[in-house]
Design a protein around this ligand. Structure first.
Ligand SMILES: [Zn+2]
Ligand SMILES: [Zn+2]
Ligand SMILES: [Zn+2]
Length: 119
């Protein structure tokens, strides 16, 4: 393959290209290299996706026994085996009393007793 010295820049900018610069003129080749470098920088600086530590999630928070996929999520945010899933057993830090009180309040809003005026 022979390169004609008067071949135009491959980007079509109108300048003469060069076989040593991938058929581009010196200006376009410089831009081309710049783009390649900046693209490479973007790729290398991209942080890898944070992978959730699954190993931690598959152990009982109380006895650290491996429980695989059958762990029980507690309302305290921890995972437990079948033995320790009960709040009383693992000294659960979740405030059930406050939660229950909150629920009662929401479900049974204080209603002012209807005043009966019919006599
Ligand atoms: Zn050019
Ligand atoms: Zn356990
Ligand atoms: Zn709990």
């Amino acid at each position: 393959m022979t390169w004609e010295t008067n071949q135009r820049c491959s980007t079509g900018c109108g300048f003469y290209g060069n076989s040593k610069t991938e058929g581009m003129c010196s200006v376009c080749y410089k831009n081309f290299l710049q783009r390649q470098i900046s693209a490479g920088q973007v790729n290398s600086s991209a942080e890898p996706e944070v992978v959730v530590d699954q190993a931690k999630r598959t152990r009982c928070f109380y006895c650290h026994k491996k429980i695989g996929h059958i762990g029980f999520d507690c309302r305290c945010g921890n995972l437990f085996c079948g033995k320790h899933r009960c709040a009383e057993v693992h000294n659960c830090t979740f405030d059930y009393k406050a939660d229950a009180a909150e629920k009662m309040k929401n479900e049974n809003p204080v209603v002012a007793p209807e005043k009966i005026h019919k006599i």
